[in-house]
Design a protein around this ligand. Structure first.
Ligand code: GLU
Length: 376
């Protein structure tokens, strides 16, 4: 008996595996500060919880439409000029959106270009679809557009963008996005743009969604999520905004995989869309402050790009790696000696680095940084 070659070629998620490990250490009585999983510290806003409870009371507990409840799709479409509800499909989070997208885009051997370092799941999801991830290293965490163009082959199907970026926090400037739009047009490629961190932008910089480039709208596929934006990680709700052809293809796939997304959770998501936007501005401002705290400390020890979005730092720790030690060993040491959990760069295709999520409570952030400082 043998499992498929496909599943054997896939690596386990380098981020989610930390949650049970940290829980186990805590159960053993260790005090662990986690900068590992990327999750906002905030409670899910009360109106979202209330609307979800209300939906439960109203028996919104049955099968629903595969593509999501119509009112949520219609409301989400309003962000996308010229789109209507049929351009939106609700999923069980960005991870699920991306999984389905690669299923509908890739034939066996088709290539997807991914700027590296990248979120742990991107290459694995391409492989799960029978595709081949083609990693192109970034330059100082920014896109190497020339390198991306050179990596295109007759098998290339799509370029994957993720700005603000996980794990680096880099935000891509408009000129680079334009360049990618040009490259995609010239080579007849899709552009999948994972914009899960779009509200976490700092320094007042100008952020552009890939949707902004009208001339390539037919090839743009935007994925967004409620998880980080509204602190609803456990609800598992995300969505895709794309051409109707793509949305219909993803619906075909979802119809055979998940059926519908949790019915009552979608009513919580609907309520999230009418939250007072000041809450989100406050979260963004608090995260910007935490970025300063975290970057101020971490940059004393390591080379690190100052992120302008998301809530991660991705320092290069290689000067601490003596005698053949890897960043995985370094992260294990940090957990053992400082009780601080981080994710090693191996999970993001870039050994020699660690990822630090600073979206934790400020006092916890400071305490964790102090513990790291002592050990370093
Ligand atoms: N996306 C978050 C992270 O990178 C959550 C974990 C995951 O889904 O990978 O930490």
């Amino acid at each position: 008996m043998k499992l498929s070659n496909k599943i054997q070629s896939v690596e386990a998620s380098g981020t989610v595996k930390f949650t049970p490990l940290i829980q186990k250490l805590r159960e053993e009585g260790r005090e662990i500060i986690s900068f590992a999983i990327g999750e906002p510290e905030y409670d899910t806003p009360a109106p979202v919880v209330e609307a979800t409870k209300h939906a439960l009371d109203a028996q919104k507990t049955k099968y629903g439409p595969v593509s999501g409840i119509p009112e949520l799709r219609a409301e989400l479409a309003k962000q996308f000029d010229g789109y209507d509800a049929d351009n939106i499909i609700i999923s069980n989070g960005s991870k699920h959106s991306l999984y389905s997208l690669f299923q509908v885009l890739c034939d066996p051997g088709d290539e997807v270009i991914i700027p590296n370092p990248c979120w742990t799941s991107f290459p694995q999801q391409v492989k799960l679809a029978g595709g081949v991830p083609v990693l192109v290293d970034t330059i100082n965490a920014q896109l190497d557009c020339e390198g991306i163009e050179k990596a295109i082959s007759p098998k290339t199907k799509a370029i994957l963008l993720n700005s603000p970026n996980n794990p680096t926090g880099a935000v891509y400037p408009k000129k680079d996005m334009e360049q990618i739009a040009r490259i995609a047009s010239k080579n007849d490629l899709y552009v999948v743009s994972d914009e899960a961190y779009h509200i976490f932008i700092y320094d007042n910089i100008d952020y552009k969604s890939f949707f902004a480039f009208e001339e390539v709208r037919d090839r743009a596929i935007i994925t967004k999520s409620f998880s980080k934006t509204y602190s609803m990680t456990g609800f598992r709700i995300g969505y895709i905004a794309a051409s109707k052809a793509i949305v219909n293809a993803v619906a075909k796939c979802q119809g055979h995989t998940t059926g519908n997304v949790c019915s009552f959770a979608q009513y919580g998501a609907l309520a999230a869309l009418s939250l007072d936007k000041r809450i989100l501005s406050q979260w963004r401002a608090e995260l910007e402050k935490k970025r300063e705290i975290a970057y101020g400390c971490v940059s004393k020890f390591f080379d690190c790009i100052k992120p302008q979005g998301a809530f991660y730092l991705f320092p290069n720790v290689s000067r601490y790696l003596k005698n053949g030690k890897t960043s995985e060993d370094f992260a294990a040491d940090l957990l053992e000696k400082a009780g601080v959990a981080v994710v090693p760069g191996e999970a993001f295709g870039m050994p020699g680095h660690i990822r630090i999520s600073y979206a934790v409570r400020e006092d916890i952030l400071k305490k964790g940084l102090e513990k790291m400082t002592e050990v370093l």
